[in-house]
Ligand binder design. Structure first.
Ligand code: HEC
Ligand code: HEC
Ligand code: HEC
Ligand code: HEC
Ligand code: HEC
Ligand code: HEC
Ligand code: HEC
Ligand code: HEC
Length: 246
């Protein structure tokens, strides 16, 4: 027997060993493990039983509608996809006994910031703020209705976004000129400024409307376009928002 075993090539011996281990494992699992570790039906039964005895903590998002107007308020607002209990915490106890058990009121800034703090991994367009810079010291709910938050109003004035230019122009000889005298601005520019651009004058004749020697505008100094900086655009020498003559 010993010689026979030795005659078998080593690779085959190892293979036999592997099968022996596998067979041994199968036998011990089949006959020696307790039923609770291998019987699927029993496993499902005990798990269901274990979960069933846990107390239900969440009431669901629709029961609140029975007693609270906030449900209707929230329904069509920007927070429509947030369930009440996302913010107020598990409220089954409250629905069972509304007077004695009160849900939490998440009034602190830290709470809203969990979802709204600026974070580059959030999807583009998700409303985000920097808490340190966005009206610090005040609770968010003093300005935003948590049940119906509104997106910011689009600023109507150019200076909301172009403050430096507006301030510069305000102390320049061009103070009386509206931005739109020189730029034509589609309304969408104020909503998506990078996609919809405002125009910029492209020819020197544009300035000549008021400054050319034949211009009918009375109160402006005049130049002769044929001889004044003729090779260049006017704004290569004069900053249009602060034209100065030195
Ligand atoms: C059976 C009626 C009923 C249901 C259902 C109900 N509530 Fe209330 N809730 C009340 C009553 C009554 C009060 C107490 C009002 C008061 O004190 O002025 C209250 C108060 C509250 C308050 C204010 C707590 C405070 O400290 O002022 C919150 C928040 C609230 N409920 C959230 C919920 C949410 C979320 C749900 C759904 C999961 C819900 N409620 C379901 C009746 C109900
Ligand atoms: C985005 C988080 C958020 C969601 C979602 C939310 N709430 Fe509130 N809720 C608040 C905050 C914050 C306050 C405290 C407001 C305050 O003190 O001015 C509040 C206050 C309340 C109050 C007290 C009365 C009041 O208006 O101040 C009730 C009642 C209430 N919520 C019910 C609900 C119900 C019902 C829902 C679901 C339909 C819901 N809330 C969804 C954040 C939320
Ligand atoms: C003093 C009032 C005030 C407070 C306090 C305040 N906000 Fe605002 N929030 C505004 C105004 C006004 C706007 C719109 C103009 C702007 O963008 O500054 C706005 C805009 C937003 C926007 C939309 C930003 C976007 O680009 O779409 C979010 C989100 C927001 N706030 C969340 C919060 C959160 C969260 C808090 C608390 C940490 C908070 N706000 C505190 C007044 C306030
Ligand atoms: C669980 C995450 C979550 C929490 C907590 C949360 N929000 Fe929101 N908020 C959202 C979502 C989602 C939207 C809708 C975004 C959209 O439609 O693009 C939104 C929209 C807003 C908007 C509208 C901004 C815009 O420009 O469209 C404001 C303002 C806002 N939330 C303020 C708050 C305030 C204040 C709190 C705290 C009481 C708060 N949020 C808590 C998820 C949250
Ligand atoms: C909501 C903010 C916002 C408002 C409001 C706004 N702008 Fe702009 N504007 C921008 C941004 C951002 C750019 C830069 C776009 C870029 O670099 O592609 C820009 C670019 C411009 C440009 C340069 C365009 C170019 O081709 O380089 C002009 C001119 C301009 N704005 C004029 C105006 C005028 C005039 C108004 C008022 C009627 C105005 N804008 C209102 C945000 C705004
Ligand atoms: C007298 C005509 C005139 C007026 C008024 C004027 N602009 Fe301009 N603006 C120009 C010209 C010309 C350019 C091109 C400058 C260049 O390319 O160097 C320009 C360029 C710009 C640019 C591009 C960035 C830059 O600084 O070159 C912005 C943004 C802009 N203007 C915004 C405004 C706003 C906002 C107002 C009102 C507060 C305004 N402009 C008023 C003539 C004007
Ligand atoms: C709608 C008419 C109008 C247009 C268009 C206009 N300007 Fe003017 N400009 C004025 C007025 C008004 C003054 C101020 C005259 C005064 O105060 O005596 C002025 C003053 C000036 C001055 C003199 C500044 C000084 O210190 O005396 C310069 C330079 C000038 N503009 C350059 C330009 C350039 C460059 C453009 C084209 C981008 C332009 N202007 C377009 C009306 C215009
Ligand atoms: C090469 C640079 C350059 C260019 C390009 C240029 N200017 Fe001038 N501009 C000047 C200088 C320097 C002065 C002041 C000295 C002078 O009066 O010649 C001046 C003065 C002016 C004055 C004031 C004249 C007065 O009598 O007070 C106006 C108005 C003016 N420029 C408008 C324009 C207009 C409009 C254009 C485009 C058609 C233009 N400039 C192009 C350099 C330039």
């Amino acid at each position: 027997m010993k010689n026979f075993w030795k005659a078998v090539p080593e690779s085959l011996r190892r293979l036999v060993l592997v099968f022996a281990v596998l067979a041994g494992g199968f036998v011990s699992i089949r006959f020696m493990l307790p039923p609770s570790l291998k019987d699927n039906a029993l496993h499902v039964k005990t798990t269901v039983a274990r979960e069933m005895v846990k107390t239900v903590k969440y009431a669901g998002s629709d029961v609140c509608a029975d007693c609270h107007d906030q449900y209707q308020v929230k329904k069509n607002g920007y927070h429509r996809n947030l369930s009440c209990e996302t913010c107020h915490g598990a409220a089954k106890g409250h629905t069972d006994d509304p007077i004695e058990v009160k849900p939490t009121l998440p009034k602190l800034r830290e709470f809203c910031v969990r979802c709204h703090a600026f974070n580059p991994s959030r999807p583009t367009g998700f409303p985000q703020i920097s808490s340190a810079a966005h009206n610090p010291m005040k609770p968010c709910v003093s300005c935003h209705n948590p049940h119906d938050p509104k997106p910011p109003q689009v600023p109507q004035e150019c200076q909301a976004c172009h403050a430096e230019i507006a301030r510069t122009k305000a102390v320049s000889p061009h103070v009386a000129l509206e931005c739109k005298t020189c730029h034509s601005v589609p309304d969408e520019h104020k909503v998506t400024p990078r996609a919809v651009k405002a125009s910029i004058p492209s020819v020197r004749e544009f300035c000549a409307k008021c400054h050319g020697k034949d211009s009918p505008v009375k109160e402006t100094p005049k130049v002769d376009l044929a001889t004044h900086g003729e090779k260049y655009l006017c704004w290569q020498c004069h900053y249009p928002h602060m034209p100065e003559v030195k």
